[in-house]
Ligand binder design. Structure first.
Ligand code: UD1
Ligand code: CA
Length: 446
């Protein structure tokens, strides 16, 4: 039997934040989400989350996850105190308890599997992850005897100068024999510099404590402050970008770009400086993104060009050119061979094949057919102060510069609208329409 407990009750004082630490994000995913996602394939029988500081925010953020048991720790009196709260929940439980820190987000599932395997083979009371770090600052130091058995973990602030030089650190990931742990849990004392009950003190109370040292120190990096958060972000970004470079994506200035783990790319894609992909994006072969574009939860087919533009929850067809300075908003679908030019905003609209909206327009709640030419400054007036209305324009129509189309409205196919017109009624196919007041021309006196 396997139970997993994730410690997520602490305030995260060093983050200096109103948000609980475990809800801070790394490459678009919260720390706690990341820790949870490496537990799934271990097939635990129970998953318990210890919450405390802003417990409801943490619980809320996980409401879509199944089979989680939340355990409240109030007040937060240390990591040992956090585990004491599990006693009644795990009464009678017989098996391993895997304890994960909610602020160690880069951990790999394979490492946890190896830890569990090693623990069972060694018949230990506890096995925990360690690493040898060049700069061990901030971590608990692990003291071993000559045979390699662990004697003690001492928190950095409780170390002597000599002990502090020890570079073997505690990663905060433990596999306990629950029965043995629960027998000694009440023996913890708070005689330390923080007056807290430390989980690390259970190590010297248990019969056989061993450690499992891992090679990649980044994997067990704990996040206590925003600097460490940014180090982890860089680490993830670096790995993601090199992966996609090896698969055919060029980054002109990779350091200035970020991509999300849930995005997918084809080949021969060029990503220019200051370009960011967020959420779940699918980017087809030959796309050229940036400089300066931000693309979120969107699908771009092949050879799409997007310069200095924001594209959010949209679908863009082949050979389409977006920007510079375009804003494509959610639920927009731009078909192939079209062009969305500078200072154009598209919202909840479908744009047909080969249609061009080249300059300074707002197209909202609209359905545009194919090969339409939208003149500079054309606006769909979609909002009457209360409700939103749709604009429909059929194939091959043209709007002149500064046209205002007052929705709800249907413009037929092959219609030409004269520049400066405000159109507020439906226009039939194959017509020319101009709505413009007469120019008054007078001779001036001076
Ligand atoms: C802890 C370890 C340290 C280890 C380091 C690894 C202890 C005493 N120290 O130190 O040896 O090197 O992790 O990253 O365990 N939490 C609770 N309730 C509490 C206090 C904390 O749930 O009362 C949670 C926090 O939300 C956090 C985790 O436990 O997710 C670790 O707490 P933190 O205060 O960051 O411990 P460290 O000082 O980093
Ligand atoms: Ca920590």
């Amino acid at each position: 039997m396997l139970a997993i407990a994730i410690l997520a009750a602490g305030k995260g004082t060093r983050m200096k934040s109103n948000l609980p630490k475990v809800l801070h994000h790394l490459a678009g995913k919260s720390l706690i989400d990341r820790v949870l996602s490496c537990t799934q394939r271990l097939r635990p029988n129970r998953r318990l989350i210890v919450v405390g500081h802003q417990a409801n925010l943490v619980e809320d953020s996980l409401k879509n996850q199944q089979d989680l048991e939340f355990v409240l720790q109030q007040p937060q009196n240390g990591t040992g105190h956090a585990i004491q709260q599990l006693s009644s929940k795990l009464k009678g439980f017989n098996g391993e308890l895997l304890v994960l820190n909610g602020d160690v987000p880069l951990l790999k599932e394979e490492t946890l599997s190896s830890l569990l395997k090693f623990h069972k083979e060694s018949n230990a009371s506890v096995t925990f992850l360690t690493a040898t770090l060049d700069s061990p600052t901030g971590y608990g130091r692990v003291l071993t005897d000559k045979s390699g058995l662990v004697k003690e973990i001492i928190e950095e602030r409780d170390c002597t100068d000599e002990q502090r030089k020890n570079k073997l650190i505690n990663a905060g990931i433990y596999c306990f024999d629950w029965q043995q742990l629960s027998d000694i849990l009440n023996l913890l004392s708070s005689q330390n510099s923080q007056n807290e009950l430390y989980l690390t003190d259970t190590i010297s109370l248990l019969k056989k404590a061993i450690h499992f040292e891992i090679d990649d120190p980044f994997e067990i990096k704990g996040i206590n402050d925003r600097y460490q958060l940014s180090e982890c972000e860089n680490y993830i970004q670096e790995r993601l970008k090199s992966l996609w470079m090896s698969k055919g994506v060029s980054f002109i200035d990779p350091v200035s770009c970020s991509i999300s783990e849930d995005s997918n790319f084809g080949i021969d894609i060029i990503i220019e400086p200051q370009t960011h992909l967020r959420g779940k994006c699918n980017i087809g072969n030959g796309c050229h993104l940036g400089p300066g574009s931000v693309i979120t939860n969107s699908t771009l087919s092949e050879n799409v060009l997007a310069i200095h533009s924001f594209i959010n929850e949209a679908t863009i067809g082949n050979n389409t050119s977006i920007g510079p300075f375009a804003h494509i908003r959610p639920e927009s679908n731009i078909s192939k061979n079209s062009k969305i030019g500078n200072f154009v905003e598209i919202k909840k609209s479908s744009i047909g094949e080969g249609t061009k909206i080249n300059h300074l327009s707002y197209i909202g709640d609209s359905t545009l057919g194919k090969n339409i030419n939208i003149g500079a400054g054309t606006i769909t007036a979609n909002f009457d102060g209360k409700n939103k209305h749709r604009t429909i324009i059929d194939d091959y129509s043209k709007t002149g510069a500064n046209s205002v189309l007052v929705a709800p409205i249907n413009i037929g196919s092959n219609v030409t609208i004269g520049a400066g017109s405000t159109i507020s009624k439906d226009i039939p196919d194959k017509t020319l329409v101009v709505e413009r007041s007469k120019a008054i021309i007078r001779t001036k006196n001076n």
